[in-house]
Design a protein around this ligand. Structure first.
Ligand code: BG6
Length: 494
């Protein structure tokens, strides 16, 4: 049925947010000013928010409503990226922006919030936790203790929790128990902004909206998959957080395993939030858990030269700023196919893509132009900053004889649609407020992805690495190439 295809459901794009108040904890932080407020402004610009939409910012810094509005005004103008800024629209939007100062550990803050929420009297309330992760548990409990967590007859109360959800499997479980003591699972939205990216959602459209790729999407045709999320920047003033997290926790446990699940999951029977999430969860549960003796073969840690000199970083730091791992999926579709994932800071450029390398043609009739064995087909799903899809195949080189050369067929979002793509936060904020959890992470997925990385975390926490081991502007340590070379593979450094 056509209506089961998400991208054929026009209602998904026409929906509007119901009357609602959004409380942002951590409103003085980077995420609020760079991502959340610009995304909310943009939703207002598109008339998706009701005029009464209210925002209450909280942080410790004392500030008047006016001062907070002014700060957000500057941030939105600065970080809006690809949209026009309309002063008139802003002044209407800003009338319903408020600020409540207070310490997250202080019960008075929650009493003040209650007062403000009662005064505003919006039927639905969304709490957004963009604080330091150690506050997630205490804030949720304090919301509960103040009687602010329960949905009422008038409307829903939901909570968005930023990543990282826990520091390891046990802490993720413990946090979950605390969150569930106040909010039922259907009110908990664990955000992973990668899933909100248009190009990541397009993986679903590409796989399940087309008839010709899915039959090839398995171990019979796919040789291996490479998922790369490279950043050219360093830790940019987040040294203190990053020093505790490291690349494996910061990017692989959440964003990249979710991307892998989207690439590798089975087709859901219907496009409904839980059907989609069930498939992603099932895939994550099928990731083969490495034995302790396999960790050395299947993972690589790196740290760029200069990281130890960054602000907030221990001069002896053992934190990884580069992480690569080989995962296998234990199911009929993928048994034996390596999924290589790598991510790092201070790599040569910012690029995120997924390269699906197919098996070579079973019998080679031709040699390539340079006399080497012909290159196999490669499908590249480009997530960012280029957005599109390329398919590499072989073509006859013009002239006498039969010489082959790889060429590529490209789809590019910008030139094909000529439309602006909404930011991940626009999509995800809209989704939580209309109650669509498709692109949010469920607790079982969080646990499954922690399980997948636990052997690596355990091993790395015992090791003393010879860090730093890569220069800024390179593709990470040499061991990363060696990890693939053991299987006769090579990273695509395009
Ligand atoms: C965040 C990480 O979740 O994602 C950052 O904490 C990283 O370290 C960022 O830089 C990357 O996001 P994007 O959307 O720029 O690829």
């Amino acid at each position: 049925m056509a209506s089961q295809n998400p991208f054929a459901d026009p209602l998904r794009f026409d929906r509007r947010v119901p009357e609602c108040a959004l409380v942002i904890f951590g409103a003085n932080g980077d995420l609020t000013k760079r991502k959340l407020l610009p995304a909310l402004y943009r939703l207002a610009y598109e008339r998706r928010l009701p005029d009464s939409f209210a925002i209450i910012g909280n942080s410790r810094t004392p500030m008047t409503d006016e001062a907070f509005r002014e700060k957000m005004h500057e941030s939105v103008k600065e970080f809006l990226e690809d949209s026009p800024f309309d002063e008139e629209l802003w002044s209407n939007f800003a009338r319903n922006i408020f600020y409540v100062a207070g310490d997250l550990n202080d019960a008075k803050l929650y009493a003040d919030l209650k007062k403000k929420l009662d005064e505003l009297n919006r039927p639905n309330v969304l709490y957004y936790l963009s604080t330091q992760p150690s506050y997630y548990g205490p804030v949720v409990e304090a919301i509960g203790a103040a009687g602010l967590g329960r949905s009422t007859e008038k409307g829903w109360h939901r909570v968005v929790i930023e990543k990282p959800f826990g520091h390891d499997l046990d802490s993720a479980r413990a946090l979950n128990a605390r969150v569930h003591s106040v909010f039922p699972e259907e009110a908990v939205y664990r955000i992973d902004h990668y899933l909100g990216k248009e190009t990541v959602q397009n993986i679903i459209a590409f796989r399940f909206g087309n008839g010709i790729f899915e039959p090839l999407w398995n171990r019979r045709y796919v040789n291996h998959v490479q998922i790369t999320a490279a950043e050219s920047i360093g830790v940019e003033g987040r040294g203190a957080y990053y020093q505790e997290a490291g690349a494996l926790r910061d990017m692989i446990q959440n964003h990249l395993l979710q991307v892998m699940a989207t690439v590798a999951m089975e087709p859901p029977a219907v496009f409904e939030p839980d059907a989609m999430r069930d498939e992603r969860a099932k895939l994550l549960r099928s990731v083969k858990i490495m034995g302790p003796e396999e960790v050395h073969l299947h993972s690589v840690a790196g740290q760029y030269r200069g990281f130890r000199e960054e602000k907030g970083v221990d001069p002896q730091s053992q934190t990884n700023t580069f992480a690569a791992a080989t995962f296998f999926v234990d199911n009929w579709r993928w048994a034996g196919v390596p999924f290589y994932i790598r991510t790092g800071k201070k790599l040569p450029k910012r690029t995120t893509d997924i390269a699906i390398q197919f098996n070579s043609a079973p019998h080679t009739l031709f040699s390539s132009e340079d006399g080497r064995a012909p290159r196999p087909n490669l499908l590249i799903l480009r997530i960012q900053p280029e957005e599109g899809i390329s398919l590499r195949f072989l073509s006859k080189y013009p002239g006498a004889g039969m010489r082959l050369r790889p060429v590529s067929m490209d789809f590019n979002y910008g030139s094909s649609f000529g439309e602006r793509s909404p930011s991940a936060y626009e999509t995800l904020l809209m989704d939580v407020m209309i109650g669509d959890a498709t692109l949010y992470t469920r607790q079982d997925m969080v646990e499954a992805s922690w399980k997948a990385v636990t052997p690596i975390l355990d091993d790395w926490s015992q090791r003393v690495f010879d860090f730093p081991n890569y220069d800024p502007g390179t593709w990470g340590p040499a061991e990363s190439d060696a990890m693939l070379a053991r299987n006769g593979h090579k990273w695509r450094n395009g």
